[in-house]
Structure formats: C-alpha cells, structure tokens
Design a protein around this ligand. Structure first.
Ligand SMILES: [Zn+2]
Length: 435
C-alpha cells in the first residue's frame, strides 16, 4: 500500500455520494484499491438473494428541486443530501400538506441537512435544513426527483492476511454513508492503516479486512462465503472514530471473550477514560450480522459514539458530519488502540506450571519487589494459582487482576525462560476447557 495520510484519504472521497449500490460507492472503493492493490473486490448483482435479504438495485439521482413559482426552494446541486437516498423518482405539482409529508428536517440541528434513506421501501423524499422550513409558505409546489434504479452490483473489498493459524480475526468497516466522514469513513481509514500494519507483522491469527456497505454488505459477503464462518474466531467493527468524545467499547454478544478482554485492556492502557457497554448498547451495525444468527462470532465494536440511550454526536447523520469535526490525531489514537489489542492477541499464551509446589521465586530472580511494582507484588500469589490449570491466558490474568498485559507477560516470560512453565496455545487451552 502506498502510504496515505488520513487527511488526504478522507479529503479525496468523503464527498462522494456513497449509497449502498451506487457509482459514488464504486469510485470510492476503486480509489481504495488504487492505494491498496492487495484488496480484492467481490461483486454481488442486484436481485441476488443473500440469506433472507435481496441485493438492491443501483441508485442514482441526476437532478432534483422544489420550486414555488419562480422561487427555487431546494436544489440538489447545492448539496447531494437534499434527496433521500434511494428515493423513487417523482415529478408533479403538489400541495403544501403533501410536500411536508415528504420533507425531512432535524430540529435539533436546524442548520444541517439530515441524511435520510429508504433502501427497501419505495418512497420519495427531500431533506432540508430545519431553519429553511420558514420559506415554505406557498400553497403549490413544483417538485422533481430525477432518480433511476438499474441493475448493478454491490461491492465488498476484502483483504486477507494468512497468519500462523487458520483461525481468523475479521475487521469490518462500512463505506456506504454518502457525503459523511465520521460515520463510516473514519472506520474505513483506520481499518486500512491497521491492515497495512498487519501486512508486515508476524501474525498468530489470520486476518480478514472487510470494507462494505452497512449490514447488506456483511450479509452478502458471508452468505457467499459460508465456509469461512467456522474459521472466524473474533470480529472488530470500527466507526465514528474521529469526533471529539471518549472511546466506547461495545462488547460482543457473549460479553466476556478474549477479544472483549483484550479490547478493555488496550483502552485502559491507551486512554485515561472510556466507556464500555454490552452488546447493542452503543451501535447497531455490521457487528449485529457477525454476532447474529448462524454466524455467532464474538464481535466487538470500537467507536467514539455515546450509548444509544444518550444520543449520538450532534452531527450524526447530517451534512455537518464533515472533515471539520474529526482530527487525524484522534484516528491515530484509534489505530493505536486496535493495533495494541491485536498485539496482545498475537502474543497471548496460557501459562501452565511444569514444576510442583510453590515456586522458590528468589532463586530464579522472580520475586517482585513491591518497591518496583507494588500491584504485581500484591498479586503474585493469585497468579500462582492460575498456573496449576493453564486455563487462564495472559489477557485473562491481566484483566481479572487489574494488571497490564505487559506486566503479566514480562513476568511470566521469565518463568518460561527458567523452565518453570509451558506455554499453551489458545486453541489447546480452549479445547481443554471444552473437555
Ligand atoms: Zn450511520
């Protein structure tokens, strides 16, 4: 991959009309392919059944307006979001009452155009700044939405990196929100940087990076690649990473798997404060598909979104979700958190004692001086107990004893060097738990 900086990447494609099956989406994915040639593009034609869903048609809109007499009240040329995504075509002269039933505004953000869509129910609609409603004082309006539906192809970008084992970690981001940045595109940008890092790394797990249109893209890809589902060990969904807020970890549906714990440890290590919630507390995107029926892969999400119950960031799903509300620095923080959690999973092992009795720590230089590391000193005895069974990994021990991954690993590595423990692979340990 040619190195790219976040501002250049986002500047190049954020204003594309990236509807789920659309010319703008395809141009954006082709641009990504240009800087990341290793990525494969998979295509699924409109009308294809994918599990219980159907791939929609390709949608485009050439022109649209609302006029009253000679006055133009709304013009698509002013902003692409003025027409609801996947709006059916319409032209005619209509009453005020009828127009209002097709006009979407966001009163909480009155100078922004809301992003509205109707992918699966045929409807037409316009979106406009709430502040502009005061101009709509006429009895009759001439309206036009010159949109077209045609057969097209839904596109998914996939980049696979073979690790030492076939078990995979899948990392997912969606590219499909038109003319917006934080929702969707920020996750794609961070995903690409992580893929670039993993490409040159010695990886324990294999990795599968997916860039797709939200929900339907995950369903299309998985339904055509069911054979990989059993290989998927964990998933990470990324979005809303650039705006000014704390990070949020949304746990997998299982809630307490290794990736849930690794993500928690990484956030604790890299931030002073973050939110952590259960499944569906924060976002509801592609992680629903990966955690969901027939797939059931523990999939977390990392974002800066607040919990549903507290509302999203103010610019969410509006024309105000622009490069102005994100910074490259915040994306770099997100990148570091995910890379750090992947490193933990990469270096993780299950320590099991191969000696008997309490270990004579001083003999091996393993006694932890409380003056140097008080927290580890206080928990040495607890870790001993875990070594008997070998069912707790470094990540589990660090998580349960509120230590850092590096503290625990550096100490236990010395046990290994002194032939006091063996290192079990995760697969081996999980099998034992099942026995
Ligand atoms: Zn969204």
């Amino acid at each position: 991959m040619d190195s790219f900086d976040y501002n250049t990447f986002i500047g190049r494609i954020w204003f594309e009309r990236r509807d789920i099956v659309s010319g703008g989406y395809d141009r954006s994915l082709n641009y990504i392919k240009g800087i990341f040639p290793e990525m494969e593009i998979h295509s699924y034609p409109s009308g294809t059944n994918v599990w219980t869903w159907v791939i929609p048609e390709k949608w485009s809109v050439k022109s649209a307006y609302i006029k009253a007499g000679n006055k133009i009240l709304l013009d698509l040329d002013d902003h692409p979001l003025h027409v609801m995504s996947y709006s059916t075509p319409f032209s005619g002269s209509i009453s005020q009452e009828e127009l209002m039933s097709h006009l979407h505004t966001r009163c909480e953000y009155p100078d922004a155009i809301p992003f509205e869509f109707s992918y699966y129910q045929p409807k037409w609609g316009f979106c406009i700044q709430h502040d502009k409603l005061k101009d709509f004082t006429f009895k009759k309006y001439d309206v036009l939405i010159d949109s077209t539906f045609e057969r097209g192809e839904l596109k998914v970008g996939c980049y696979y990196i073979k690790g030492r084992i076939d078990k995979e970690i899948v990392i997912i981001a969606h590219l499909c929100h038109p003319c917006m940045v934080d929702d969707g595109l920020s996750g794609v940008a961070v995903l690409l940087k992580i893929a670039d890092f993993c490409k040159n790394n010695d990886n324990y797990y294999s990795y599968r990076f997916l860039i797709l249109p939200e929900t339907i893209g995950s369903i299309a890809y998985l339904s055509h690649n069911e054979h990989i589902i059993e290989k998927l060990q964990y998933g990470i969904f990324l979005e809303m990473l650039g705006h000014d807020d704390l990070f949020s970890l949304q746990r997998s549906i299982q809630g307490n798997t290794l990736i849930d714990r690794a993500a928690f440890l990484s956030l604790k290590q890299n931030t002073t404060e973050f939110r952590a919630g259960g499944f569906y507390d924060v976002v509801g995107n592609d992680e629903r598909v990966f955690n969901g029926i027939g797939v059931n892969v523990p999939t977390i999400s990392i974002s800066r979104s607040n919990f549903w119950s507290n509302g999203h960031y103010p610019e969410y799903h509006t024309s105000a979700d622009t490069p102005d509300i994100i910074t490259a620095g915040r994306l770099i923080e997100a990148q570091a958190i995910v890379i750090n959690l992947l490193k933990m999973l990469n270096l993780n092992y299950y320590p099991k004692a191969i000696v008997k009795g309490p270990i004579f720590l001083t003999r091996y230089g393993l006694w932890v001086d409380w003056r140097i590391d008080a927290s580890l000193n206080a928990k040495q005895e607890m870790i001993f107990n875990y070594l008997h069974y070998g069912k707790k990994s470094i990540i589990d021990i660090a998580y349960e004893l509120d230590l850092s991954f590096d503290q625990v690993k550096n100490w236990l590595d010395k046990f290994y060097e002194n032939n006091l423990i063996e290192k079990l692979s995760s697969a081996h340990a999980i099998k034992r738990e099942d026995d």
